[in-house]
Design a protein around this ligand. Structure first.
Ligand code: IVH
Length: 675
């Protein structure tokens, strides 16, 4: 009996720990344990639940992806109308609104405000009973939405329980929270890059992809998409409601919800200034924001002002200038990617979108051009969101004058002239010429990039210059370049040539995952490379792996497994590897496999490194710290635990001193690692 009790206690402890780590990772963006340790906790919990299915509860972290596919969504009534917002487009519009509501209630004259970014995502309505997520719905028409609980549960930023473990708050008996589900812009780009590499159709924009992902009948599809959440409103609560918007955001935060950022404004003048602040940082926000939401901070005053139609009078969406414009499509160009994929792009009559002159935009793929019937000479709608590459939405059919020309995709590669090919089941067209110069340039650019061999200063321009001058025919040739080879190139003085040769030489010894990424195998990005390195531990083992063994690794499907086998079987690639090895370019100390873990002496510590270290390259020291549970970040802040200093340190040293952050040299770091 005691054993049973102990096991049950362990189960509860594991659930609490996993919830805490989900919160650290998904809400605070501050993981405090390694993925490996997290997986261990999760596996232990799963095992106990297999042995004791009677202990499974719907709020267990294992139940996030436990739902089964349904054939339709059930309609649900919202407890209260899920309101929307009226809009303003300039300062005058905001001042007019302020005057209007002041006339209705003169307390507004002295009111303070809260301004938040307006996230371009999807409203969700989350119901918690006694702290447990019991229902999640879409907005629908504001009165009736669709029950998408099973799908929402797969989003790890959505707490299944509130408040968070070890909070001293009591769970509210019933609360309905409103927030926005979205795909962060960076994740969206990552997703599309991966699809492009795999020759699959890319998604057209983050919002529609998020919406489509949430409305999947099979929750495992939703789970595979990088959706996340930010909350901003308590729609209903049984207990006493906070009396201001700021208190409400604080309460949501204390319960464990991710909360939208906000700025408190004492008066309307400061609201207008805050709008400018958000407008300027629009491109730095991790999501697409289409405006700022101005809210009266006093929630009682907000209620007293009431609602016009579906919009609360005491709130206003101050929209950002549209980043969708129209311009003329002058021509269609075609890029050749490093895997040989041909990607069409629009050559546009230059047009300003949100302060940036846009001359080119992506057209995604040839099917897109055909499906949207985009013709050369059309007026087209172009959108630029965040830092994402501008993209074409479609043509304006009414603006046609008959001079437009239907586009024919090329039959030959625009870079090398070889016939292009199409593989069954894929949308992409490929140039399969392994010696295609455009592919070589892209491959080398990828090889040298930050997440691969990290050759500092080696971007596409240099690569093009080297290839055009006939200095390099493959990645291994980089390592036999000499300073003298570069001095004849345009723009190369002595110092520049020396710097780039040094940077190339310094990149020789990289970790196994980086080396795998550098090879540029179709579908093998950072995640797959880490999984492969962890599984095989050495490049030699990976080189000889069978498709079956590759497919036994979680996350490696048949297509990627096939691409890996093909890559290593191609004689040209084998030659490249032996040439690299001969030039001294090979992964440093083979990756430890999962069974060889280091004691996690740096768990919870955040390190910053400055200056040149003697015993480690930058990647080696990062790896050294991370393997022991620590985190390495780029800049010193009050959250930094230690600064590791080598020779010629930068300004980070001064910053760390001013914040009284302990400073270590290499020896001290190694000593600490030994415990
Ligand atoms: S407040 C009564 N705040 O913008 C509450 N909405 O129509 C009204 N949105 O669909 C909404 N970010 O989903 C509010 N910080 C934010 C928001 C926000 C995005 C969405 C909301 C709604 C649309 C406005």
């Amino acid at each position: 009996m005691d054993d049973q009790l102990n096991l049950f206690n362990r189960l509860q402890e594991l659930r609490q720990q996993i919830r805490y780590h989900d919160y650290q990772y998904y809400v605070l963006n501050n993981p405090v344990i390694s993925d490996y340790e997290y997986d261990q906790l999760f596996a232990e919990l799963k095992q106990i639940e297999i042995e004791h299915p009677e202990w499974i509860t719907p709020d267990s972290p294992t139940q996030r992806v436990a739902g089964v596919a349904s054939d339709k969504f059930v309609k649900v009534f919202h407890p209260k109308p899920i309101l929307s917002l009226s809009n303003a487009f300039d300062n005058q519009g905001v001042l007019d609104w302020f005057e209007r509501i002041k006339r209705i209630n003169n307390q507004v004259a002295n009111a303070d405000f809260v301004v938040e970014p307006k996230i371009d995502g999807l409203t969700v309505v989350l119901h918690y009973r006694n702290g447990v997520l019991v229902q999640g719905a879409t907005r629908g028409d504001g009165i009736v939405g669709e029950d998408v609980t099973t799908n929402l549960k797969t989003i790890k930023a959505i707490p299944l329980n509130i408040p968070l473990a070890n909070s001293n708050l009591q769970p509210p008996s019933y609360v309905v929270v409103r927030g926005e589900v979205f795909i962060p812009l960076k994740e969206f780009e990552k997703l599309n890059r991966k699809l492009e590499e795999e020759g699959e159709k890319v998604y057209l924009n983050p919002r529609n992809t998020a919406s489509g992902s949430l409305r999947q009948l099979d929750p495992s599809i939703t789970a595979s998409r990088p959706l996340t959440l930010l909350t901003y409103d308590i729609v209903q609560i049984e207990e006493e409601r906070p009396s201001t918007q700021l208190e409400m955001l604080n309460l949501l935060n204390a319960w464990g919800f991710p909360v939208v950022e906000s700025i408190h404004c004492p008066d309307i003048a400061s609201v207008l200034k805050t709008y400018q602040v958000y407008l300027e940082k629009r491109d730095q926000l991790p999501y697409e924001a289409d405006g700022a939401v101005i809210k009266l901070n006093d929630l009682n005053l907000l209620d007293q002002l009431g609602v016009v139609g579906k919009d609360p009078r005491g709130m206003l969406a101050y929209k950002f200038p549209a980043r969708e414009v129209t311009t003329k499509l002058l021509d269609i160009g075609v890029n050749v990617g490093r895997t040989g994929v041909l990607t069409p792009y629009a050559i546009l009559a230059p047009v300003e979108i949100g302060g940036v002159i846009v001359k080119q935009a992506t057209l995604h793929n040839f099917d897109f051009i055909r499906e949207k019937d985009i013709r050369i000479g059309d007026r087209v709608i172009v959108k630029r969101a965040g830092d994402v590459i501008p993209y074409i939405i479609g043509p304006i059919l009414d603006a046609r004058d008959g001079d437009e020309v239907v586009y024919q995709p090329p039959k030959n590669c625009p870079a090398c002239g070889q016939k292009v090919e199409h593989f069954e089941g894929e949308v992409a067209w490929y140039c399969v010429n392994a010696a295609c110069p455009a592919q070589l340039v892209r491959n080398l650019e990828h090889f040298a990039s930050r997440s691969a061999m990290d050759i500092v200063g080696m971007g596409i321009k240099l690569v093009e210059q080297f290839v055009e001058a006939g200095l390099i025919k493959d990645a291994a040739d980089l390592y036999s370049l000499k300073k003298e080879d570069l001095l004849n190139l345009e723009g190369f003085a002595d110092k520049k040539a020396e710097n780039i040769i040094n940077a190339i030489q310094q990149s020789k010894r990289q970790t196994l995952p980086r080396f795998i990424i550098a090879l540029g195998i179709r579908g093998v990005g950072e995640v797959a490379a880490n999984d492969l390195a962890n599984h095989f531990g050495s490049l030699d083992k990976l080189m000889n792996a069978s498709q079956d063994e590759l497919m036994s690794i979680e996350g490696i499907g048949p297509n990627i497994a096939q691409a890996i086998v093909d890559w290593f079987q191609t004689p040209r690639n084998r030659e490249l590897l032996s040439k690299l090895k001969k030039n001294g370019v090979w992964p440093i100390q083979e990756q430890s496999t999962f069974s060889e873990q280091f004691p996690l002496v740096f768990q919870g510590d955040t390190f910053v490194v400055t200056g040149t270290l003697e015993k480690f390259s930058r990647d080696e020291v990062k790896d050294f710290i991370e393997k022991r549970g620590g985190k390495v970040t780029d800049s010193v802040s009050k959250n930094t635990t230690y600064l590791v200093v080598g020779s010629n340190p930068g300004s980070k040293l001064d910053k760390a001193r001013s914040l009284n952050i302990p400073i270590l040299n290499e020896e001290e770091l190694i000593k600490m690692a030994k415990g």
